[in-house]
Design a protein around this ligand. Structure first.
Ligand code: SDX
Length: 427
């Protein structure tokens, strides 16, 4: 293991720190004893250059635009596996060995899709216009009260039950958030349908089509829609130590119930500059309203005196095309060819935004490219998913990643409670 020497030019003192080797990506300076050794803090607001943990789950190369889950590129995984396969992969470390194993795991998730009757009654207290991310965060927190004996369940070592339970239930919660908001009756999961098909069935199932709000009539759920949603969820499954995953790990570090930690991750993901961006992309395209207004909005995005930012563009880590956006762009084109597309005027605006931004020096100099949210918002619209469900669907996708990260944290015997320091500027 190499070392790095730090010289304090004020005192002339020098200090040596170990360099931590990693299997991919940048090394890290082991600063865990920095304060103890030097009496000085490191300062890195937003943690742009700081590793808060060791992990083996996902790897991101921001320069190359690369994302791997446990060493396998996402481009390979989306081609050959279902989302429930990837859930198994992330929480247990193994991909299904065969069709039978894949089906067995998917069946387990379906059986876990039913909600406690008391949990369903919680929907009565939420106003129709409640944002589903607020509802989801509350429901997941309440889920911890229904499994209070969790710590005694004896599986705290591998947390598999905890993970499979919440991965199984989250699609039902998301579907019920929408059904509740339009006054439609809840539909029980149908265990003869796959995990993804079940979600679309609970979301759209009859007598939904009689509702004036309805955005779909009585229609069969197509294989193409199931395949598209599978890919979208796989691409969202994990993404290193982003804001919401860091929140889950930080809250888990206090020893709290896993579902309380995940509930906090849902709240963090809701933010419009994080997971909430997919919903904001659609609202922004509608705000732009016409292709001829695009240049005006791009100018606003570049104006330092204007807080307007181009939703779906830029990323803390990717200074190249988000690899997930590339896969989604191909998926969008495939759906277009099959006639599954959003209203053409919105599609034209999105295309113009992308063209202008990608050719503009302001965006190129700053490495601002379309990210996962730019295309997921467009595709979910084409799939006729209600806009307010875009971020809840991000929650569905990220659930296995949060569980895997939480398991990794809790299984680490050296994991400590998160407790950053501060640069004090007060009196
Ligand atoms: C996700 O971290 C993850 O992995 C998250 C995520 C995941 O899978 O978990 O990938 C999911 O959150 C994707 C990001 C979705 N958010 C958006 O699309 C919202 C729009 N994007 C921006 O808000 C912004 O790009 C962030 C928040 C994503 C990244 O912000 P950073 O890293 O703090 O970038 P920055 O603010 O330091 O910006 C650097 C420069 C600044 O200009 P200068 O001060 O250098 O002149 O780029 C500018 C910014 O003003 N900039 C933008 C911009 N994003 C950055 N200018 C206009 N529009 C934008 N979208």
């Amino acid at each position: 293991m190499g070392t790095i020497t730090l010289i304090n030019n004020e005192t002339g003192k020098s200090y040596e720190f170990d360099l931590i080797d990693c299997t991919r990506g940048p090394k890290a300076i082991n600063f865990s004893k920095l304060f103890e050794t030097t009496g000085i803090f490191s300062y890195d607001p937003g943690y742009g250059s700081t590793a808060g943990c060791e992990s083996t789950i996902s790897y991101i190369d921001g320069k190359k635009g690369e994302l791997l889950y446990k060493g396998i590129p996402i481009e390979d995984l989306v081609m050959h596996y279902s989302f429930s396969d990837i859930c198994k992969f992330l929480i247990s470390g193994d991909l299904p060995k065969n069709e039978q194993e894949s089906l067995e795991f998917d069946l387990e998730l379906r059986h876990r899709g039913f909600l406690h009757e008391k949990l369903k009654r919680m929907f009565d207290v939420f106003p129709d216009r409640a944002h589903p991310m607020a509802t989801l965060s509350a429901l997941v927190s309440v889920l911890s009260t229904l499994y209070v004996d969790y710590k005694d369940e004896g599986d705290t070592d591998d947390y598999q039950t905890m993970a499979r339970r919440i991965i199984g239930k989250i699609p039902t919660m998301v579907a019920y958030c929408y059904r509740n908001s339009v006054g439609a009756p809840f539909i029980q999961p149908d265990i003869s349908k796959s995990y993804i098909e079940n979600f679309l069935y609970m979301l759209r199932g009859y007598p939904h089509s009689r509702l004036k709000h309805t955005i779909y009539g009585e229609q069969e759920i197509s294989e193409l829609e199931i395949k598209a949603l599978n890919k979208i969820l796989i691409l969202h499954a994990d993404h290193g130590q982003n804001a919401s995953t860091t929140t889950v790990r930080n809250v888990a570090s206090t020893g709290v119930h896993p579902y309380a930690a995940i509930s906090s991750g849902i709240s963090a993901l809701w933010g419009p500059v994080h997971g909430g961006a997919n919903e904001k992309v659609l609202r922004q395209l509608n705000e732009i309203g016409d292709v001829k207004n695009v240049d005006k909005f791009i100018a606003r995005a570049k104006d330092k005196n204007d807080s307007f930012r181009l939703m779906g563009f830029g990323h803390r880590v990717y200074k190249n095309y988000d690899p997930r956006a590339k896969v989604l762009k191909t998926l969008k084109d495939e759906l277009d060819q099959q006639g599954i597309k959003m209203d053409s005027y919105l599609s034209d605006i999105a295309q113009k935004v992308e063209e202008v931004a990608l050719s503009d020096d302001y965006f190129k100099e700053r490495g601002l490219y379309p990210n996962v949210d730019f295309y997921s918002g467009i595709i979910l619209t084409a799939l006729k998913i209600p806009t307010e469900l875009f971020t809840p669907i991000f929650v569905m996708g990220r659930m296995p990643g949060w569980c895997a990260q939480l398991i990794e944290h809790n299984k680490n015997p050296h994991a400590r409670i998160t407790r950053p320091r501060q640069v004090y500027l007060g009196k």
